[in-house]
Design a protein. Sequence first.
Length: 322
Amino acid sequence: MQSQPSNKQPPKGWTIGITVSRLRIGLKRIINYGAAWLGWVHGGRNPISGLRILLYHRVNPYPFDQLSMTSREISVAPEQFEQQLAYLQSAGFKAIGLDLLERFLSGKESVDKKCVLITFDDGYEDNLLWAAPLLKKYGFTAVFLVVSGFMEQGVAENLWYEEGSPEEYRKFLVWQQVKALKDMGFGIGSHSVSHSDLNQLNAEDLQLELQSSKVIMEKNLGISVTSLAYPRGIYNDQIILAAQNAGYQTAFTTEPGINPQNMSTMALHRTEISASDTLFLFKQKMAGNLDWFDFKKLVGVRTLIDRINKFFIFTLQNKKKG
């Protein structure tokens, strides 16, 4: 059953967060339009060949003003998602699964330039409620990379970036629902146990974070889990080694770009799709015109976004105290 709209009122201080979210989404959209044009001028006419991997987080119709600031930006509306899938279908794209991905990266099999791998991070419940039916409608498969610890509780209780949002809008999948996705033919991978910053863990905790997730998922789902998405896209040589030691064969980053056949299997690029992506921007990303541009790594933009985040959190906390 799909979640029904909530009548609960958001906490005090929420209104300013809504304004901040609209500003952030608008700013990102404007910057990406300019970056797409520059990408087309300087390299889009001669794109690098390889496999494009798309990164989604959420697909839902939930009210913008009742989602958390993070979810407002990572949520794609169902009609927006359907437009993107319809475009992929009309343009002749086919979605591949993890098995073909591994064969492609090992050099055992090539993929057509019209192949794409669709991934979802975190394991929000709306992946099953809204994304999966649309994927099936258009004949696409996908890979859902879930946080095993979140599957136990089914709701984000201690995530600061989901604070204030009604419970029905911040639910995660539970194991039975992950099994349902598996039974529908979708791929399942790991996104760690707790979505921690792996770079802040000592060697023992790092290995436990990655190994335990794999073991728990395999026990609950009865499948072999060979793919990992690094939490927050953070990775380094030590993290890669820990992932390999845990038994993962492929790992996904959040760095944009195409994946040629000689790409490192443990540092795969992905093209993120979010609320700010109009159909035009989606097409530009598929064409590779934004591969050169990593929005999150621009120092000035990153600093501005961090300051906006801190201002919003400070304001919300003070409003609550008042």
